[in-house]
Design a protein around this ligand. Structure first.
Ligand code: GRG
Length: 272
């Protein structure tokens, strides 16, 4: 990890640490949101800066996005989904606290994310803030991330196009929130909004392909269909580099892009 990334991660961690006041169920929620890499909120805060945003209310959108991401991981680990007993190097939420608590913790994080967004919107009377929140709800819902999960569990991933469609929804949509919400919050034109959507898509694809490469041996053992197991490591790596190049090409049009370009270069070499 490079030092500016560590600094920004610490900033997000300090917003998140013991976020929910301690009680039995809140302790489970705090456990659910600990230890992540915080990539999505970091990208959101940085894109906001690049687009000239100043207000602290972006923090609520960044936290809401991280909570939604964490809910998706808690539910993805459940026995009915991926059935994983470990995540982030420790016991997954349902394995530690029971399946019922895993379901409820995910539900609570999802609902709380919207409570946070409504609070911010109530304090700032601005249509673009509502559009930003709607963008997140669409990206996370049945036509976004949940659709990606449906495509994944349906198990008919017999073409690269189908795999790409699944990744676009399951992984990229939240990255697209990280780059597009700041465009709404800073009142950008529809051209810039679309460019930020592309940026998030390219970063998300690169991130997912890197994930595939890192998990390739393990995925082959369990016959899991991924971009990398469907093609091969070399072609997946080349495509991953193409996606990062496309993301960097967009960023080069903007000032103050140094950190995000460095982060993308870091992600393409990451080992975790
Ligand atoms: C709503 C039930 C339900 C599932 C949603 C998105 C999703 C489907 C499940 C998450 C599992 C998964 C492997 C998603 C692909 C995206 C991805 C690589 C997530 C891991 O993101 P990181 O590495 O996680 O940023 P950390 O732990 O660092 O926060």
């Amino acid at each position: 990890m490079f030092s500016e990334y560590v600094k920004r991660k610490k900033e997000i961690d300090s917003l998140i640490k013991n976020y929910f006041p301690r009680n039995n169920f809140n302790d489970i929620l705090n456990y659910s949101i600990e230890e992540g890499k915080r990539i999505r909120p970091i990208i959101m805060l940085e894109t906001f800066k690049i687009l000239g945003g100043k207000s602290k209310m972006v923090n609520d959108y960044a936290l809401a996005l991280e909570f939604i991401h964490n809910y998706s991981l808690v539910h993805d680990d459940l026995p009915a989904m991926d059935d994983d007993n470990y995540r982030r190097g420790r016991e997954s939420v349902h394995y530690k606290y029971g399946e019922d608590k895993g379901i409820l913790a995910g539900d609570a994080l999802l609902n709380y994310a919207y409570e946070l967004l409504f609070e911010t919107i109530l304090e700032n009377n601005d249509t673009d803030y509502i559009k930003a929140a709607k963008y997140i709800s669409n990206a996370s819902g049945k036509d976004g991330m949940i659709n990606g999960q449906i495509l994944d569990v349906q198990s008919d991933l017999n073409s690269l196009d189908k795999i790409k469609e699944m990744y676009k929804n399951k992984t990229c949509r939240l990255f697209m929130c990280a780059t597009t919400v700041p465009a709404y919050l800073t009142h950008q034109s529809s051209e810039i909004i679309q460019e930020m959507e592309k940026l998030g898509y390219y970063i998300g694809m690169a991130f997912q392909l890197q994930d595939d490469i890192l998990d390739l041996d393990q995925d082959k053992e369990i016959n899991k269909v991924t971009y990398a197991s469907f093609l091969d490591e070399k072609r997946t790596y080349n495509d991953m580099i193409d996606f990062t190049d496309k993301a960097i090409e967009i960023l080069k049009k903007y000032n103050n892009n140094e950190f995000l370009i460095k982060l993308i270069n870091y992600l393409r070499n990451r080992e975790l």
